[in-house]
Design a protein around this ligand. Structure first.
Ligand code: PHE
Length: 345
């Protein structure tokens, strides 16, 4: 009769040989059963005690065979599984096109503003930025608007709560003042930014909008230089070859003018936007008043300058054929998505 220990060992050997190790789960179960800390082979080896001396060698060899078979089988299965995991990565097609990225779009006001900035940068202007909360000296007094001027009225200007001097700037012109106070001529800046006025909101006007201020102060700057700069701007921005300067009034420029560009009357849109004249009013400008230069610490005997202020929304309305300024401030995605997206690369 065969000894029990031998029967058990033979049984384990045939189990080990027959075991199917195709999945990770099966392989792990196999490892725990035959090679783990509480494996079945340990008690089998302990059976050695009960084996008669003349068969101990034979039994030992059999046990070792079970053990090495299990070890080899496990290692082989593990290698196959590891390789198939690697294959999963190799199966990824690295040349396949990626998931499309959701790009945001640029706000039409930003697009127009950037286009204008680029135009002026090409002829040597650099960008200056300043605060939106101003004091009345920089926003009004230094710019020739005296204390009793109606523009300072609460009806037109937003003052900070409990303040009679701190306000939301009503134009970008205080950037002129700060730039002249902080630097020496030659000065050649453009200042894009947001401004605020206490106006009733309608399709044509809003309590917030954007302007670009321009300022050039140096020796011998003349009205002809202003006209030339604006002619260049009109050509670049609108493709317009004709501009006209109408006499106007601003408290900080003398003489002052408003510039119109000629767009013609070819389309129904031209008709509508120019009210049948072919001319679109684009900006206010003038020669910096010597009084302003003096308030800003610049000698008006030595230096002269010109300035201009462009309303951005008006031009964006025209450019994108929009007929309600409120659309710019409502953040309606159906509106915003229609504009060009940011160039991310
Ligand atoms: N600040 C003026 C306005 O808001 C525009 C302007 C700027 C006029 C510079 C002349 C020179 O209406």
């Amino acid at each position: 009769m065969e000894l029990e220990a031998f029967v058990l060992a033979e049984q384990y050997l045939s189990e080990v040989e027959a075991a199917a190790l195709e999945t990770e789960e099966q392989t792990e179960q196999f490892r725990l059963r035959y090679l783990g800390t509480k494996n079945l082979l340990k008690p089998l080896f302990d059976e050695m005690r009960n084996v008669p001396n003349d068969r101990k060698k034979e039994f030992g060899q059999l046990c070792n065979k079970v053990k090495t078979t299990a070890e080899n089988k496990f290692q082989e299965a593990k290698n196959i599984l590891d390789r198939s995991k690697l294959n999963q990565f190799e199966r990824i097609d690295l040349s396949a096109p990626g998931e499309p990225m959701q790009l945001g779009s640029r706000h039409p006001v930003a697009l127009v503003m950037e286009e204008m900035v680029a135009i002026f940068e090409r002829i040597g202007f650099s960008v200056a930025e300043e605060r939106e909360i101003e004091d009345d000296w920089h926003n009004f007094s230094a710019l020739g608007t005296p204390e009793d001027h109606p523009a300072r009225d609460m009806q037109d200007t937003f003052y900070l709560q409990n303040s009679t001097t701190m306000l939301l700037r009503t134009h970008t012109s205080p950037v002129q003042v700060r730039t002249m106070l902080n630097g020496k001529p030659p000065i050649r800046i453009i200042a894009p930014g947001r401004v605020y006025r206490n106006e009733t909101i309608s399709a044509r006007s809003h309590c917030q909008f954007h302007q670009i201020e321009g300022l050039y102060v140096a020796e011998n700057v003349s009205f002809a230089d202003l006209r030339q700069t604006l002619t260049y701007f009109a050509k670049e921005m609108f493709g317009a070859t004709k501009i006209r300067l109408r006499p106007s009034y601003f408290p900080f420029t003398e003489p002052s003018a408003e510039m119109d560009v000629y767009l013609g009357l070819e389309t129904e849109r031209d008709q509508r936007l120019t009210k049948g004249t072919g001319w679109l009013e684009v900006l206010g400008c003038g020669m910096v008043d010597p009084v302003v230069l003096t308030s800003c610490g610049i000698d008006p005997e030595k230096y002269t300058g010109f300035a201009f202020g462009i309303g951005i929304e008006r031009i964006a309305l025209f450019k994108y054929q929009i007929d309600d300024i409120r659309l710019f401030f409502e953040n309606d995605l159906r509106f915003l998505r229609q504009f060009r997206s940011a160039n991310v690369f």
